[in-house]
Ligand binder design. Structure first.
Ligand code: HEC
Length: 165
């Protein structure tokens, strides 16, 4: 009887794992799952409006309120005043709130993520995820716009950028 209980539990578990991967309910990537415990470089100074002139309709356009978090690996470079060349393993997470009220309430941010995966001169070397539970991959779409920040290793929200906003 006890054996049966164990195997029923095991089967249910296996089914739920299959269902999760089939229907897209994924766990977040462990490289950024706990990003809220990282350094928030935008602390007290969320990015608002369109300081770069490139935002268009992306990242909630110019009504959005944006916060950026960096993991330990990239923190020293991002919080310096440059030059910006990020170590492999750097992860940046951006939270986008639809407007000021959503930001004040910390309500339902959309997440985008960039992950530095290699360090070949002249290439982007980043992978991109378009949500908390997405897979980080090459993206012509993300890279296309982030290429405007080529001189800063494809990253817009650096300490230098924030300090002159
Ligand atoms: C149309 C231009 C555009 C596109 C497309 C775009 N971004 Fe951005 N992104 C920006 C700008 C501009 C910022 C700087 C802050 C701001 O103004 O919101 C930014 C900031 C970020 C940041 C914070 C770190 C940094 O570089 O400042 C992350 C992470 C990010 N974007 C990820 C993505 C991902 C992932 C995609 C694709 C799914 C994407 N972005 C597509 C323009 C774009």
């Amino acid at each position: 009887m006890r054996d049966n209980t164990v195997s029923v539990t095991a089967v249910l578990f296996a089914l739920s794992v299959t269902a999760c991967s089939t229907f897209g309910f994924r766990n977040p990537d462990t490289r950024w799952a706990d990003y809220r415990s990282w350094t928030r470089i935008t602390e007290g100074r969320p990015t608002i409006g369109d300081p770069t002139g490139y935002i268009g309709e992306r990242h909630f356009g110019s009504d959005g309120y944006k916060e950026v978090y960096v993991n330990d690996i990239g923190e020293e470079v991002l919080t310096s005043d440059g030059p910006y060349r990020f170590p492999i393993g750097t992860v940046l997470v951006k939270e986008q709130f639809v407007d000021k009220n959503a930001w004040l309430e910390q309500n339902d941010p959309v997440i985008t993520v960039s992950v530095k995966v290699s360090d070949v001169e002249g290439r982007s070397n980043w992978k991109w995820a378009d949500s908390y539970t997405s897979v980080a991959k090459e993206s012509v779409f993300c890279l296309g716009c982030h290429s405007h920040a080529y001189a800063d290793d494809f990253v817009f929200t650096t300490e230098r950028f924030l300090s002159v906003q």
